[in-house]
Design a protein around this ligand. Structure first.
Ligand SMILES: C[S@@+](CC[C@H](N)C(=O)[O-])C[C@H]1O[C@@H](n2cnc3c(N)ncnc32)[C@H](O)[C@@H]1O
Length: 289
């Protein structure tokens, strides 16, 4: 075996960070873990920069681990977390180790965003709070009210892992050099160029009044947003940017993207407060290639 390869293999066995494959560090409503094999089958054979403008938990990003990537989302607290993991993973890990899974502790930390002084807290404090709440809240569901205040109640867990140190370090290593921004998905039109690839996983069009969840940000994501996104896809196509988009299987979305390549797939849903509604749902995978 060539000496260089042997050296690399030895490092892989002795360096715990290299052995762990980075995976999403938060559970996220609408997370794409269950749809990954369907998405992976439909990727373009090659592309320059990978864009994910509704990154959420980033299931597809962590599966692909593309070298050149731009990740963004309008959820400021989530994006702050990605940045803190990229830039200050060790301090963040130290802070995460302090948290306790206790009811009073949970509500005190959850309600910290009701106080004006929250705006002056450090990015490490906020990222640590965010991960703690995600690991201990009901169903891992990040939900905010109209004022942008986190309002999910505590969840019931036996012994939740609040600090997954190995994964956080692996995520940090992976995110080195990745552009991470808190911004609206519309900005991708300015940044992506011919040869780039964009994966859009927007809040889905609800298929009934009660079925879907769109409260990731205080503004929600309505019908007009779905129209604007479809228009953006047309503009990206004109620029030579490849896109893949997932959304719910309904006439509205089929109509909005007619003319593109549309596949129907069925995916198991995991975040729904009613256990009886966690079955398989129809989803669409839409591409311009
Ligand atoms: C369906 S989730 C993405 C899930 C992600 N693919 C995963 O695997 O976890 C939709 C995301 O869009 C974000 N979002 C909502 N409105 C947005 C907007 N106008 N611009 C950018 N991101 C937005 C939400 O914060 C949420 O993280």
């Amino acid at each position: 075996m060539p000496a260089k390869l042997l050296e690399k293999q030895l490092t892989l066995f002795t360096d715990p960070v290299s052995i762990i494959q980075a995976k999403p560090f938060v559970k996220w409503a609408g997370g794409k873990a269950k749809l990954l094999s369907e998405l992976a089958k439909r990727l373009p054979p090659s592309f320059s920069t990978y864009y994910e403008p509704f990154v959420g938990g980033g299931a597809l990003y962590f599966k692909l681990q593309p070298g050149d990537a731009v990740l963004s989302d309008r959820n400021f607290e989530l994006v702050n977390c990605y940045k803190a993991i990229r830039d200050y993973s060790e301090d963040l890990i130290d802070d995460l180790k302090i948290h306790r899974y206790k009811k009073e502790y949970y509500y005190n930390l959850r309600d910290a965003d009701r106080d004006e002084s929250f705006l002056d807290t450090s990015s490490i404090y906020r990222a640590s709070r965010f991960i703690y709440l995600n690991k201990t809240c009901f169903n891992g569901l990040y939900r905010v009210n109209k004022k942008g205040e986190f309002n999910t109640p505590i969840g019931r867990y036996r012994n939740p892992t609040i600090c997954d140190e190995g994964n956080l370090l692996a995520c940090s290593e992976l995110l080195q050099g990745v552009t991470i921004e808190a911004r609206d998905y519309q900005t991708v039109e300015v940044h992506a160029n011919s040869g780039d690839f964009v994966y859009f996983d927007p809040p889905y069009k609800p298929v009934s009044d009660t079925s879907n969840f769109t409260s990731y940000t205080a503004d929600g994501f309505g019908v007009q947003d779905q129209h604007n996104l479809a228009e953006l896809c047309v503009n990206l196509s004109k620029k030579g940017v490849k896109f893949m988009l997932s959304n719910s299987d309904c006439d509205f979305i089929l109509d909005l993207y007619k003319g593109f390549n549309i596949d129907r797939v069925r995916a198991p849903r995991s975040i729904n407060s009613k256990g009886s509604k966690r079955g398989k749902v129809g989803e669409l995978i839409i591409r311009n290639y």
